[in-house]
Structures are given as C-alpha cells and as structure tokens.
Design a protein around this ligand. Structure first.
Ligand SMILES: NC(=O)c1ccc[n+]([C@@H]2O[C@H](COP(=O)([O-])OP(=O)(O)OC[C@H]3O[C@@H](n4cnc5c(N)ncnc54)[C@H](OP(=O)(O)O)[C@@H]3O)[C@@H](O)[C@H]2O)c1
Length: 243
C-alpha cells in the first residue's frame, strides 16, 4: 500500500503513520513544508518498521502547486491522510485578517484544493481512501476558537459531501474528530489531564477505525458524548455559558 500523508510533520499524523507501517507494511509518502524534519521522521519509520518512506515538499496554501504536486507522484497513492492544520490565535485573528485567513486557509481551503484533485483520481480508478482530520472544535462554534472551529466545521461538512459522492465508486472517506491531544499544536496550553490524549492514542484510533471502514470517529471515544451534550445546549443557554 502507498500511503500519502499531507501535513506529515503533525504528531498525530506520525502516530498514524507508525500504525500503517507496522500493521500494513505501507510505503509512506510524507509531505509537508518542513522537509528537513520530515527526513528524520522518514528514517525513523524505515528503521523501525523495515518499510520505505519518501519525503516531498507540500504547502497546503500554495494552491497553484497542488495539481503538479499530485501529477508528479509515481506511483499514485492508494490512500491519503490529510493532517495539516493551524490552530492560530483567536484573539489576534479577531483583529488581524491575515491571521484569520491563515487559520481558514490552513484548515479548510487548502484541504479542498488538494482533495478535489485526489478525489478525481480515486473516483476515476474506483478505489482508494481518504482520511481527513477535522476537530471537535468544528462541532459547535465557541467564542474561544470560532475562527479555527468554523474552518474545521467546513472541513467536516466537506468530507461528508465527498464521502457521499465517492461512496458510489467504492472510495472510502473517513472523518476524524480529535479532542485535546498533546502535540506541538497544544504545547504550553493548560489542558485538562483527564480529557487529553497522547498522539499515539489518536493514531491507534485512526488505524483501527480505518480497518473497520468507519465513517466518522471521535478520538478519544468519550468526545462523542461530550459533543452530543454541547451540541444540544439551546442557544439561549449557550450564549450565557463560557464553554
Ligand atoms: N492537537 C490537538 O489537540 C488537536 C485537536 C483536534 C484536532 N487537531 C487537528 O489534528 C491535525 C494534526 O494536528 P497536530 O495536533 O498533530 O498538530 P501539529 O503537530 O502542530 O501538526 C500540524 C502540522 O500541520 C502542518 N501544516 C500547517 N500548515 C501547513 C501548510 N500550509 N502546508 C502543509 N503543512 C502544514 C505543519 O507542518 P510543517 O511543520 O511541515 O510546517 C505541522 O507540523 C490538525 O489538523 C489539527 O487541527 C488537533
């Protein structure tokens, strides 16, 4: 299996890569902006799992490069994990359109641009899988991170539509909704210990759910219950809370 990982410097993505390498013997194509870091991670994957790993430069917001990036892949991937994302700073984004735009483009627009290209190829071949990492932040907009959350909501709904489109031709699309996870993205944040997962937990959840051809997963599992409750709080109550 050839697995393409977009945003492969992500700690969650790397944890998933180790699962696919260990259990599927997958050849892994690691794509992201910081190629030097990727090279080290590729070597680690190769040594630990006796598989092949390649490194490719990829920038999710350099839309003009996406078609050529995919065109150059030989062989084409059997599946893709889309992991890139940018949390950014909500307060700055409220003042600074540049930051707001970076958040929106890194989490949503960039994903649509590259996934449409990949989807067309998988659709034409009638096989392949796409795993997209959104967030529980995309389930209900909250004052503390609604610019990031709305971009993740966009990605979640985009994946929903893509799943329906590609279902007919046997291409599987899985949406991953992680909650708090201890990664570079959340470094220095004061996260509730009991609700915070390690990237390895999320990587394992992703691999197991993919094996079962699940469509939408929360990671860890308890976020499904938490978000069910948060989603159903009536607006007149919700606006008064600090959730
Ligand atoms: N950590 C959490 O609590 C949490 C919770 C819910 C959802 N998520 C989502 O899970 C995914 C993985 O996050 P993580 O926690 O593993 O974060 P992470 O370790 O910070 O990784 C995010 C990666 O995204 C890549 N990236 C950002 N902008 C990019 C761009 N324009 N083009 C290409 N790559 C880009 C970066 O790669 P380079 O280093 O190469 O620039 C970075 O390594 C993200 O989509 C995130 O939003 C995370």
């Amino acid at each position: 299996m050839n697995l393409l990982i977009l945003g492969a410097n992500s700690d969650i993505a790397m944890a998933a890569a180790h699962e696919f390498a260990a259990h599927e013997g997958a050849t892994i194509l690691l794509a992201s902006r910081d190629v030097e870091r990727l090279e080290r991670k590729a070597k680690d994957l190769e040594i630990r799992h006796q598989i092949q790993a390649r490194v490719l430069p990829f920038d999710a917001v350099d839309y003009a490069s996406h078609a050529a990036f995919y065109e150059a892949l030989d062989p084409k991937p059997d599946g893709v994990i889309l992991a890139f994302g940018y949390l950014g700073d909500q307060a700055s984004a409220q003042r600074d359109w540049g930051e707001a735009r970076r958040i929106i483009e890194s989490n949503y627009t960039g994903a649509v641009s590259i996934l449409e290209i990949i989807a067309a190829d998988f659709e034409q071949k009638g096989r392949g899988f796409i795993i997209g990492i959104s967030s529980v932040a995309g389930v209900r907009g909250r004052q503390s991170n609604y610019i990031y959350g709305s971009a993740k909501a966009g990605l979640k709904e985009y994946l929903s539509g893509l799943r329906q489109r590609l279902f007919k031709c046997g291409v599987h699309v899985m949406t991953v909704l992680p909650g708090f996870t201890r990664t570079a993205m959340t470094e220095g944040m004061d996260l509730p210990a009991r609700l915070t997962a390690e990237p390895e937990d999320v990587g394992r959840d992703i691999y197991r759910a993919w094996r079962k051809r699940r469509r939408v997963i929360y990671s860890r599992w308890f976020w499904r219950c938490i978000m069910h409750i948060i989603r159903h709080v009536p607006e007149f109550v919700f606006v008064r809370t600090k959730l």
